[in-house]
Every structure is written in structure tokens, then in C-alpha cells.
Design a protein around this ligand. Structure first.
Ligand code: GLN
Length: 268
């Protein structure tokens, strides 16, 4: 059978659409680009290229996985964040575009205030801590409760040449930490437990549950981090949090009740 790129893509887009994959066209393209190891430009120049049997089988396997709900990034094994490449796998949450706002804000403030050290709590793939180490002078400690996530973050730090600016500590929040930092950054799990069941299958069935669950009111980690933060922050230290769309008031209150001033909420 002569399966051209064009024909294979058409087939894949239909299957993915039928299986409720939201970005079915983009996903099909990314998957075939990965199988053929070609760029987007090349993809459009090679519409008539005929896939070898192995290529076609591999593509079919990827498309079947995606159709069953596995996120494209886990199939590709990589994801771009802040123009850097990150390995991702089911131990790590997939970095979100929204989180770039948190990182960009932190980069600005780090530079303005000469922040030299930070701790990234719940680092996952390491996307936040690694980006901060890459784009600023600061050095950091990345912590996660998941060994698999921490190993992935280490690989990502090496791949992005910032391994020597970072430490990696297996820790439930601050449990194994005994240093102080100029800043705490975190995109903690912040989804209310009862909301998780209603999330897209890609998220609830494939992303790590412990990276999502923020407890009954979604605020567990903000409370835990803020409560103990004074022990781990240098004087005039900063906290940068990503929060859910409706958590601004609550997280502001948590911070202010512990004496933090100048609390700003930025909408993405
Ligand atoms: N810090 C990581 C990220 O932003 C992981 C976040 C999490 O697991 N809640 O992707």
C-alpha cells in the first residue's frame, strides 16, 4: 500500500477528530513530524513522500495512543517552554503556556531586585526552576515529592546547560530543606479534589494525580508553603505562585495573614 504523508495525515486527522482530540490536526502533524524526524516546513514539502512500512506502523501506533487519550507531549516525550526543550513523561505535569507568565514575571523581579537564590517547590519537569536559572543570574533548588519527576528535571537541567546552577532535592514541600532563599516560586497542585473527576481525560487519566490535587478547597499547598515560608526566606524575600483563575482573593488573604505585603495578582 502506498501511504503518502498526505494520505496518512488525512487518515490520522479523521481518527483523532472522531476520538474527540481537540487539536486533532496539529496533533496529527506533530506525530508524523516525529516519526519522520522532519520539520514543519519539510512536512509541507514532502506531502507526496511515501512512508516506509516501519514509518507507517510507528505513526499508526502514535495515532492510536493519542486517540485513546494520551497527550501528544507524552507521546513525543518533549515539550517547549520559554523557548527551551523539556523532556516530559507521566511523572511530570506537561508545562503550560500560562506558566510562562509566572516565569516572565519572576525573571523581571529577580533582575530588578537582584534575587540570587530561589527554591522551586513541586518542580515537576523543572520547567520553572530551569527557566529561571537559564534566564537570570540566580541559582536555585528544585524540589519534588516524586522521584520520577526529579530525575526528569535533572535531565532537563543538563540538556539546557544549567545543571551547575541548580540543586535537586527529594522533598515534600520544605521537609528536607534547611537553607534560606531570596525567593520561593511554585506552581503547586491547585485543583479542588472534587473538580478533578470533571477534567479532560488527557489530564485526569494521564497527568500525575499528585501534581493536580490541591486538597478539598484547592488551597492546601499555598497554605502549607506560606505558613512555613518565613523559615526559608531571607529578609525581604519574595513568593511567586501560579494560582487557579478564581483563587486570587483567597491566596492574597493567605499571604497577607502571614505578614506578606505588596501582594499582586496578575491575570494571564
Ligand atoms: N512546576 C511544574 C510545572 O509548572 C509542575 C507543577 C505541578 O506539578 N503542579 O509544570
Amino acid at each position: 500500500m502506498n501511504n503518502t504523508v498526505e494520505k496518512s495525515l488525512l487518515w490520522a486527522k479523521n481518527i483523532l477528530k472522531e476520538n474527540n482530540c481537540e487539536a486533532y490536526a496539529l496533533d496529527a502533524e506533530l506525530l508524523i513530524m516525529e516519526v519522520l524526524k522532519i520539520s514543519r516546513v519539510k512536512l509541507f514539502m514532502e506531502q507526496k513522500r511515501i512512508l516506509s512500512t516501519e514509518e507507517y506502523e510507528k505513526f499508526k501506533e502514535f495515532v492510536d495512543k493519542r486517540a485513546s487519550g494520551v497527550p501528544t507531549q507524552y507521546i513525543l516525550g518533549t515539550c517547549e517552554f520559554m523557548s527551551l526543550d523539556f523532556n516530559v513523561n507521566p511523572y511530570t505535569l506537561i508545562p503550560r503556556n500560562d506558566t510562562e507568565i509566572l516565569v516572565e514575571t519572576a525573571i523581571d523581579e529577580f533582575k530588578k531586585n537582584n534575587v540570587k537564590s530561589f527554591i522551586d517547590i513541586g518542580t515537576g519537569s523543572g520547567c520553572i526552576g530551569i527557566s529561571l536559572a537559564y534566564y537570570t543570574e540566580a541559582e536555585g533548588t528544585c524540589v519534588d515529592i516524586s522521584e520520577g519527576a526529579l530525575e526528569t528535571a535533572k535531565i532537563n537541567a543538563k540538556n539546557n546547560n544549567v545543571y551547575n546552577k541548580l540543586k535537586f532535592v527529594l522533598s515534600n514541600i520544605f521537609e528536607n530543606i534547611n537553607e534560606k532563599y531570596d525567593a520561593i516560586v511554585s506552581n503547586p497542585p491547585y485543583i479542588r479534589t472534587d473538580v478533578i473527576e470533571g477534567l479532560m481525560r488527557e489530564v485526569k487519566e494521564h497527568e500525575p494525580y499528585n501534581a493536580l490535587d490541591g486538597g478539598e478547597d484547592g488551597l492546601y499547598f499555598y497554605r502549607e508553603i506560606v505558613d512555613k515560608s518565613h523559615k526559608y526566606l531571607n529578609e525581604k524575600g519574595f513568593i511567586f505562585f501560579e494560582i487557579g483563575y478564581d483563587q486570587g482573593e483567597d491566596v492574597k488573604n493567605i499571604l497577607e495573614s502571614k505578614g506578606f505585603c505588596d501582594v499582586k495578582v496578575i491575570k494571564d
